[in-house]
Design a protein around this ligand. Structure first.
Ligand SMILES: [Fe+2]
Length: 295
């Protein structure tokens, strides 16, 4: 192992100590990190003074990366990120100023306060997300993670039987509407809903997980309200304190989570007066495609 593993709990979240990713971005480092992620679902390298290029290079060792669609950008077709692989997780505009109250990027990003998995509305979902902390506010803005493997394991057996094989439709339109963000017609065309199994089996660890998100609109083949009640019940169950790790950010943190077996959400801070600048790279997911599995 190119680092020491310091678990937060015996089964969820860990710190990886002793690596400098500026000089140790190697396939061996990525494989060791994935092995730690198989066990703990979330991991953090502290004190990594890396730039955009280094973050992208390290992230590519885990697989192909998503490109940011830059939804909700300002009226100028200018974006703050230099590379399409970087998702802008900040409250800043293209001039590095705090976003205006009326800026639609605010509404779009407010959806991150709800429990979700990244890109669950895309076929295959997302694999690992990798988030680098460049500027953090003085208080608040923690990120919470829920262990969806432990939540699944703790479900009563009759609930496990009830949900096995169920399919859920995920839509970015659904989650954003909940926080008052309206997509343009062109944006809607780029984000069609997709279907995901409610119970997933992790391709590396073989462990089963609940697969939920604020993007989860309804259960396919079930009356909409009944399906939403089921999704709400499962989300409340899975986000009980015993399944949750709350990450308190430090500048230089490089945090990884596995979207296939965790959910996460941002927590509030004074985002009209304090600055927050985090940058995310996202590995393309490999969830089984429902249409293919049904064929
Ligand atoms: Fe997210």
């Amino acid at each position: 192992m190119p680092f020491t593993i310091k678990p937060v709990t015996p089964t969820f979240a860990c710190e990886l100590i002793g690596a400098d990713l500026r000089v140790e971005s190697t396939p061996q480092m990525a494989e060791a990190t994935m092995q730690a992620m198989d066990a703990y679902g979330v991991s953090v390298f502290r004190d990594q003074q890396i730039g955009d290029e280094q973050q992208i290079a390290f992230s590519r060792l885990f697989g192909p990366l998503e490109s940011s669609p830059h939804f909700g950008r300002g009226s100028q077709e200018v974006v703050r990120m230099k590379y399409p692989e970087l998702f802008d997780v900040s409250n800043l505009d293209e001039n590095n100023q705090i976003l205006e109250d009326s800026d639609r990027r605010r509404a779009y990003r407010n959806a991150n306060l709800m429990w979700h998995t990244d890109s669950s509305f895309q076929p295959g979902g997302a694999g690992y997300s990798i988030l680098s902390a460049r500027v953090i506010p003085g208080a608040g803005a923690d990120t919470e993670f829920a262990d969806m493997r432990a939540a699944y394991d703790a479900l009563p057996s009759d609930m496990k039987r009830r949900i096995e094989g169920l399919v859920v439709e995920h839509s970015a339109f659904y989650s954003r509407k909940l926080v008052g963000f309206e997509f343009t017609e062109e944006e809607l065309q780029r984000r069609r809903p997709t279907k995901q199994f409610l119970v997933q089996t992790h391709p590396r660890s073989g462990r089963k997980s609940l697969f939920l998100a604020s993007h989860a609109s309804h259960v396919v083949g079930m009356p909409v309200e009944e399906g939403r009640a089921l999704l709400k019940e499962l989300t409340e169950f899975a986000t009980q304190p015993q399944f949750v790790y709350q990450h308190k950010w430090r500048v230089g943190d490089l945090l990884l989570w596995d979207n296939r077996c965790t959910m996460h959400r941002a927590t509030p801070f004074d985002d009209f007066s304090e600055r927050r600048d985090l940058r995310r790279t996202t590995v393309v997911g490999d969830l089984p495609l429902v249409e293919m599995a049904e064929a």
